[in-house]
Write a protein that binds this ligand. Structure first.
Ligand code: FNR
Length: 377
């Protein structure tokens, strides 16, 4: 089958994937309302184009470097998602090489299949964020952070939207567990495995409603529901890397993040996998941007499938836009080449969208290029 966009890749992959893995990737919390609305929010905006603006040369280069000295091709990156080996035998190495090949930034999950060191080696400068779940056992988190710093990561990206695991009915119905032999690569001895995203503990085969591992106590390395903004100080005391927060969805949390010394915030609702009925990320973005007042960068993810989606998020004030599921689909579709295809589609679509809107550079894109759905359409 020929593929021309991300939707085509999604459909191609769906037909060759077992139901349980498809549901694990595509699914989310409860009634899947937030997943659908993340995507639908982009349809609430339309673009107001300007013509006769000389768009012979369009540059998609980000407005400012994500980290000093790193000039990425586009303000789009690969969001952290667990266990890439479910998609392809080369796992995060294939994703990392695709990031490097297209000069995209990438974040790696705490629950990657490869170790953070191996992934970093494959990605080079592209792998900038180490996504961290802060565990009840702070020594485990400290160990991970120190390893990431040693491996050359630029920032630790703390996921704050998962004090407990969201209810995912499809995973429970499918009794989804990791295939034999698959385990998170950062926890070679299995001791550090936690509950978020999959049940790896042999004693808890199902993590369906009522059997949520995260609700049980007594395990040393489950995510710490007691995490507070004050803990940013602790994180800053154990690393020289920047500390970013992923899951900031309101002005209140954005202000708290700035006050607590966060180096950046990432607007995310975990792709609708945690709190269902959470507002869509595109609608959270403007209030976060307003609250942050330009003091630190604001990134966003959730439901981005088109270059025009990227354009809209940039117009509403995002510095960078990240994609989750499309990367997994690309990886399943054709390994590194599949992820590169996803990257190419988004790059080409963004560039064309910019040219047809009359914005030759990313800094030209602003709110005046959008109109929100009103009574007229
Ligand atoms: C995720 N995401 C995620 N986030 C995180 O901080 N740590 C993680 O380990 C994971 N794991 C994970 C697994 C799978 C299968 C998916 C689909 C997602 C969330 C991810 O970083 C991102 O926020 C969303 O995927 C963005 O939404 P879209 O692009 O998938 O719609």
């Amino acid at each position: 089958m020929s593929v021309f966009n991300i939707d085509d890749i999604e459909q191609a992959v769906r037909s060759k994937l077992d139901k349980a893995t498809w549901d694990f990737w595509a699914g989310g919390a409860n009634d899947l309302i937030t997943i659908a609305e993340n995507k639908a929010a982009y349809e609430e905006y339309r673009i107001r184009p300007r013509y006769m603006r000389d768009v012979t040369n369009v540059s998609t280069a980000p407005k400012k470097p994500l980290f000093s000295g790193l000039d990425f091709t586009v303000p789009i990156g690969i969001a952290p998602s667990s266990m890439h080996k479910l998609a392809h035998h080369e796992a995060e190495a294939a994703t990392a090489r695709a990031a490097k090949a297209h000069n995209w930034p990438m974040a790696i999950s705490s629950y990657s299949t490869l170790s953070l060191e191996d992934a970093k080696e494959a990605a080079g400068d592209s792998l900038v964020f180490f996504q961290l779940y802060v565990f009840k056992n702070r020594d485990t988190s400290t160990d991970l952070v120190r390893r990431a710093e040693k491996a050359g990561f630029k920032a630790v990206l703390v996921t704050i939207d998962s004090p407990f695991l969201g209810l995912r009915f499809a995973e429970a119905r499918n009794k989804f567990t990791l295939p034999p032999g698959l385990a998170p690569g950062n926890f070679a001895d299995g001791r550090y495995a936690g509950p978020i995203d999959f049940a790896v503990d042999s004693k808890s085969k199902s993590k369906g409603p009522g059997k949520n591992d995260a609700l049980k106590d007594g395990k040393p390395n489950i995510v710490d529901p007691a995490l507070v903004f004050e803990d940013i100080k602790w994180l800053k005391s154990i690393t020289k890397m920047q500390v970013w927060l992923k899951g900031v969805m309101t002005a209140e949390d954005a202000e708290a993040a700035v006050a607590a010394g966060a180096d950046g915030v990432w607007v995310s609702n975990h792709g609708g996998r945690q709190l269902d009925q959470c507002l869509p990320t595109l609608h959270a973005l403007p209030e976060v941007v307003a609250a942050v007042k330009g003091k630190i960068p604001v990134h966003v993810d959730g439901g981005v499938r088109r270059g025009s989606d990227v354009f809209k998020a940039l117009a509403l004030g995002a510095d960078f836009v990240w994609i989750g599921r499309p990367v997994l689909w690309g990886l399943k579709y054709d390994g590194q080449a599949g992820v590169e295809l996803v990257e190419r589609f988004l790059e080409d679509e963004l560039k064309l969208c910019m040219a047809l809107s009359g914005t030759a550079s990313v800094k030209d894109i602003n709110k005046s290029y959008l109109t929100h759905r009103g009574p007229t359409w």
